[in-house]
Write a protein that binds this ligand. Structure first.
Ligand code: NAI
Ligand code: MG
Length: 791
């Protein structure tokens, strides 16, 4: 410490390290290595690997590399514990979660120091943000545990959940995963990240202390191979993953067709938009939080600064001045702002991307290039004048690097903001409330912060659009990922039984130009369209006689239909009242032609006149139900932090592919298409291959009901072939598939390309009974908008 007059001159801080003594003792006690936590006890350490403190480059512990056998044992323990855990009263489960919350809170200081030593993040952040929020998640979900039965009627726990988490918020991500899973009656096997397993192991000790029943929480440490073994385990019912988009994609493919539920919280390249009328001083503090919090290793980091041309110079000047005050260094020091990068490979990744940026001729600003000479550090960096096509504007750098671009108009700002394959978060800065909400509504991201950034709370949903993943964590939205419908376990269809053998040129495929034109065409962009193949196929009745001809659609037709659907996107912005009116009109027009539709159903499916009539009646009623829902599937205002309004809005996916089953061809078609369009989606529907004619008869119902062109497109043909094109198509945002096991598996696997959400079922569904909010939930994604108030 210097002489007082020197200190007064420089106004420099002296060192103010947090004591790490207790953590040191604990690590010393476990010098021999940590085992896994399985069935309530720690296993013998084996196959050890080193864990480092990245700020010092020192080994601090050794943990076990989980083998497939360890995963098996953990999953078996979780399976064994699940029934009893789910059978506990909500109140009993609630008490367990409450105890976990209390104990995490009691050990806040220990856990903060341990997190900082293991991860390299500043103690100020682990102490003020990570650990308190982790405790908050357990408290919040303690409440849900006792409410789950009354608040989620008709559902049950998913079962055993495999949870894989990253290293950027180790204990917080554990809380995000474990708390809702347990509250909803599931048991878990959690795999922490290999760089940061220590707070999870400390949490395991807390589970012992609080008397959590053995097997309810199991923790297996290890690297990606251990994670892959967990994903592959056949008796796991759900995988919840947070991490890179690349691994998310691998997991999507690996779980395809397994029946596992899946939620993915992946990467991002989130825009931070500053309009000319923004409060620039607040915006600068926002930027500091957005990109230098946790060294920029944040999935929702505001890593792309988009600033109005007129404000850019002023903002950059303020930002450069502010950067000079950021203190980079010892994470345990209470006045450190920017700590260490988690591991050498991550540091190298940042450097590699920056070298690429340099090769592109980009200029970097750093207030101070120097970093501690030991450990993994990277200085806060600002890159201005970045072209949207630059690698630095596209790739997730996951480091303390901000790339900035200017815009001229709000439209351009929105276009730049959405010019990414990700969609996790966005931050919008303007003093104009109208503009703020307009921009928030137009940005494709799961979370939008107005005049704020990086706000989180257990009561609000968090999760992405597009390649940032699907599913939400937090609040009611997050809990529904951990419940399934009661009756969903019906008999799977092992194969769709198409009575068509429809390769072009092979009977019964027909050249459209031959003979009288009895062929139902496709319906694309509000018009009847000839299939691209020029072929049709015979639709047979139960006796094997030809009941009609349907167009044999191919990938080109699907692409045209997707294009037409994308063009009709203003449907999503129509008022809910408008959409309701259109749906009522559909129902009315279907009712007007009831007997014609019933006759067609009897003739093509062999249903009795009575059954056919009942199916048409049910279809009319269903259209009414979803017309009624169109303006009633509300969002929510979450109870989060003081002086914030957190609005959860249900937004349509955009373009949905809907592949209908063979059973109940009219009713299933209506049951799937109506909720999708009621919520504002535009649909490419593939009707039953065997019984497509009630869907093709539907064209004229759509035409007479004021359904705007492109909102419903219908492509007939071999359902599983067309499903494949829809699942692969990057212009499709979500796919619903009802068919057979192979088809469902293929849809899930192929959706990995743009990580579209899928809802695929091979079960024989009783369509007469299947309707309601779940369809609306699956037809939407939730955007949480945070707005502060007060001066
Ligand atoms: P990662 O996605 O490989 O690691 C996340 C977790 O997944 C870890 O627990 C890891 O062991 C596990 N894992 C890895 N491969 C797996 C597999 N095949 N099956 C199952 N689990 C597997 O991320 P990594 O390599 O640590 O970081 C690379 C980049 O990923 C970062 O630079 C960043 O861009 C991004 N990332 C994004 C995160 C986010 O929160 N969105 C978190 C961590 C990384
Ligand atoms: Mg570490």
């Amino acid at each position: 410490m210097g002489v007082i007059k020197d200190i007064l001159r420089t106004m420099d801080y002296g060192p103010s390290p947090e004591s790490s003594e207790h953590v040191g003792v604990w690590l010393e006690e476990h010098k021999a290595g940590f085992g896994h936590f399985i069935n309530g006890v720690f296993t013998k350490p084996s196959d050890l690997f080193d864990v480092f403190n990245p700020a010092r480059g020192e080994r601090i512990a050794r943990v076990s590399q989980g083998s497939p056998a360890d995963i098996d044992a953990a999953v078996a323990a979780a399976r064994k514990a699940q029934g009893k855990w789910a059978a506990l009263s909500g109140f009993e489960r609630s008490k367990h979660l409450y105890a976990l919350a209390r104990h995490v809170q009691k050990r806040e200081r220990f856990l903060s120091v341990l997190e900082t030593i293991d991860n390299g993040k500043p103690i100020r952040e682990s102490r003020d943000i990570d650990i308190p929020l982790a405790a908050r998640h357990f408290y919040h979900h303690a409440g849900w545990a006792s409410l789950i039965d009354s608040e989620f009627p008709g559902t049950k726990p998913v079962g055993v959940c495999g949870q894989i988490i990253p290293w950027n918020f180790p204990l917080l991500m554990l809380a995000w995963k474990i708390a809702p899973a347990l509250a909803a009656g599931n048991t878990v096997v959690l795999k922490p990240a290999e760089f940061t397993p220590l707070t999870a192991l400390a949490f395991a000790a807390i589970c012992v202390e609080t008397g959590l029943p053995p097997g309810v929480v199991n923790i297996v440490t290890g690297d990606g191979a251990t994670g892959a073994a967990l994903v592959a385990d056949a008796s796991v019912n759900k995988i919840a993953f947070t991490g890179s988009t690349e691994v998310g994609r691998t997991i999507r493919k690996a779980t395809a067709g397994s029946g596992k539920k899946l939620s993915l919280e992946l990467g991002g390249k989130s825009p931070f938009i500053v309009f000319e009328d923004a409060d620039l001083d607040s915006a600068v503090e926002g930027v500091v939080d957005a990109i230098w919090f946790n060294q920029g290793q944040v999935c929702c980091a505001g890593s792309r600064l988009l600033v109005a041309e007129g404000a850019a110079d002023a903002l950059y000047a303020k930002l450069r001045a502010r950067m000079a005050n950021l203190r980079v260094g010892d994470p345990l020091d209470k006045s450190t702002d920017v700590g260490a990068i988690v591991a050498p490979v991550q540091l190298e990744r940042i450097r590699r991307l920056m070298r690429q940026g340099e090769e592109e001729g980009l200029e970097f600003f750093r207030a101070d290039d120097s970093v501690p000479d030991r450990g993994c550090f990277y200085p806060p960096t600002l890159v201005t004048g970045v072209d949207p096509a630059s690698v630095l504007a596209r790739e997730e750098i996951f480091g303390p690097v901000l790339v900035a671009t200017t815009f001229r108009t709000p439209d351009e700002a929105v276009a730049l903001a959405n010019n990414t394959r990700y969609g996790l978060a966005a931050s919008v800065w303007t003093e104009n409330v109208n503009r703020a909400f307009e921009v928030a509504a137009r940005i494709k991201a799961g979370v939008v912060w107005i005049n704020s950034t990086n706000m989180f709370d257990a009561a609000a949903g968090f999760g992405g659009y597009r390649e940032s993943g699907f599913g939400r964590e937090g609040g009611r939205e997050g809990l529904s990922e951990y419940r399934i419908a009661d009756e969903l376990k019906s008999k799977p269809n092992s194969s769709r039984a198409p009575r068509l053998n429809a390769s072009p040129g092979v009977s019964p495929a027909r050249n459209l130009d031959e003979g009288p034109d009895r062929t139902a065409k496709l319906y694309i962009g509000g018009k009847q369209a000839r299939p691209d193949s020029g072929y049709s196929y015979a639709v047979l009745d139960p006796a094997g006689r030809e009941a009609g001809l349907a167009g044999l659609g191919n990938r080109k037709d699907i692409r045209n239909a997707v294009e037409a659907a994308a063009k009709a996107s203003s449907w999503g912005a129509a008022t809910a009242h408008n959409r309701a009116q259109v749906l009522y009109y559909v129902a009315e027009n279907l009712a007007a032609r009831q007997s014609e539709f019933a006759q067609r159903l009897s003739a093509t499916t062999g249903a009795s006149a009575r059954a056919a009539r009942a199916q048409v009646d049910a279809s009319i009623r269903r259209a009414f139900v979803y017309a009624g829902y169109a303006d009633k599937f509300d969002g929510a205002v979450h109870a989060t932090r003081s002086r914030f309004v957190t609005i959860a809005m249900n937004e349509p996916w955009g373009v949905m592919g809907v592949i209908c089953p063979d059973e109940a061809p009219l009713l299933a078609f209506v049951s799937l298409v109506m909720p999708a369009i009621a919520m504002g989606n535009c649909v490419v529907a593939v009707p039953s291959s065997s019984h497509p004619l009630s869907a093709t008869d539907f064209y004229s119902v759509l035409e007479t009901s004021d359904v705007p062109a492109g909102v419903v497109n219908i492509v007939t043909g071999e359902a599983n072939v067309l499903a494949k094109t829809l699942a692969e198509h990057d212009g499709v945002d979500a796919v619903w598939y009802a068919g057979d096991t192979d088809g469902a598996a293929r849809v899930e696997a192929l959706s990995a390309g743009n990580l579209k959400a899928t809802w695929a079922s091979a079960a024989t569904i009783d369509w007469a009974k299947t309707e309601g909010r779940e369809f609306l939930r699956r037809a939407t994604q939730v955007k949480n908008i945070w707005t502060p108030y007060g001066e």
